[in-house]
Design a protein around this ligand. Structure first.
Ligand SMILES: C[S@@+](CC[C@H](N)C(=O)[O-])C[C@H]1O[C@@H](n2cnc3c(N)ncnc32)[C@H](O)[C@@H]1O
Length: 351
């Protein structure tokens, strides 16, 4: 889907961001920042060349090579950030307003892709009979609409207060009773507890989920390899993984951090760390090496004036990805795949 050459060039271009951030920290004006955002490709290409010289060839673009191995998906600093916002989830004009309006795109994206795999269900409840895990559900902004489409949904989040907010909000809708559950934990804790007692808190997931959703979550995680391995473990063969996240580009720094956090205050300052953003090409590579087949990637753009999202042809900012779990990893037999998954989980559990 994306050529290796483009990916490398893109990686080099992104290194310019470090300079940009230093300038912004010194209190540069918007035009100065904009000028830097449009800075020359020559500099970027030179930096890319230096970077590639320093890195062993096999690690040049592998997502794992630019992330620290931390043996857990949980970054305590991220948990603290979301803890301080745990009672704000259902404020439609507040810190999570853009996530509320993102439902206009992400709910149909998930629904239509699931319907294309599983066929149409009961009228009015098209996802009836499907079991979905919503990882990093926060206050249940996406969990609830998926439940209303008829799916049985388990929302998990390590921030207990967010889970309480989600439970309270969901309890007001009788339609969701018995269909939407929540649990305060990380994905690796859920996967581990499934290995031990087969009950993830919203009923057993030993059979596996039909879909795992992680919307606006991966950019807050400490380790994406563990995340991918756990998603693979809890999914049924052929099950779907849906991710929405932010690309690692100059534009995502300029619009997603400088404009959205510092100038327009659409989201609280410090919500995002550009270093943790991941490009579609890196995410695709990571998922493919973790036993997934990437089916589609679509660009998304937020309009701060209208407050609405729209699909875009390219992916310089946000994007939505749909992948499916391959039944077996190429070049590995089933026993080897399970052994590798178990090793990753044991590593996570040991910390
Ligand atoms: C930007 S919010 C997205 C919330 C929700 N998915 C939505 O779109 O409405 C990111 C969420 O990820 C959660 N999170 C952070 N680290 C996590 C981890 N290691 N495992 C699961 N969730 C995590 C945060 O607590 C927060 O609720």
């Amino acid at each position: 889907m994306y050529s290796r050459k483009c990916g490398r060039l893109f990686y080099g271009f992104c290194t310019e961001i470090k300079t940009l951030r230093a300038i912004n920290a010194k209190g540069a004006t918007a035009p100065e920042i904009a000028r830097r955002v449009l800075s020359s490709w020559t500099v970027c290409k030179h930096q890319r060349h230096q970077l590639l010289q320093r890195q062993p060839p096999d690690n040049r673009l592998h997502a794992g090579s630019v992330r620290q191995a931390s043996h857990t998906t949980l970054d305590p600093e991220e948990a603290r950030k979301f803890q301080s916002l745990a009672d704000k989830w259902w404020d439609l004009q507040g810190a999570f307003a853009a996530l509320h309006s993102m439902n206009d795109l992400r709910v149909p994206f998930i629904r239509d892709n699931l319907l294309s795999v599983h066929g149409s269900g009961v009228p009015g409840r098209p996802l009836a009979g499907l079991r979905i895990l919503d990882v990093g559900c926060g206050g249940g902004l996406l969990t609830e609409p998926l439940g209303r489409l008829g799916a049985e949904v388990l929302g998990i989040d390590p921030v207990e207060d967010s889970i309480r907010t989600a439970e309270l909000h969901t309890s007001h809708d009788p339609e969701l009773r018995g269909r939407v559950h929540y649990r305060a934990c990380t994905l690796e804790e859920l996967a581990q507890s499934e290995g031990e007692d087969g009950d993830g808190g919203g009923g057993s997931v030993t059979e596996g989920f039909d879909a795992v959703v992680a919307s606006e979550v991966v950019e807050h995680l400490a380790d994406l390899d563990i995340f991918a391995a756990c998603c693979h473990q809890v999914l049924k063969p052929g099950g779907s993984l849906f991710i929405t996240t932010i690309n690692k580009t100059n534009l995502s720094y300029a619009l997603g951090i400088v404009a959205a956090e510092q100038l327009l205050r659409i989201v609280p300052s410090g919500t995002h760390d550009w270093e943790k953003f991941i490009s579609p090409v890196d995410l695709e590579r990571l998922l493919e090496s973790s036993g997934f087949q990437v089916e589609s990637i679509r660009g998304m753009m937020f309009n701060p004036l209208s407050g609405f999202w729209s699909w875009t042809q390219s992916t310089p900012m946000n994007y939505a990805l749909h992948a499916t779990k391959r039944s077996e990893e190429p070049g590995r037999n089933r026993a080897e795949s399970q052994e590798m998954e178990q090793e990753t989980l044991t590593r996570a559990a040991a910390v």
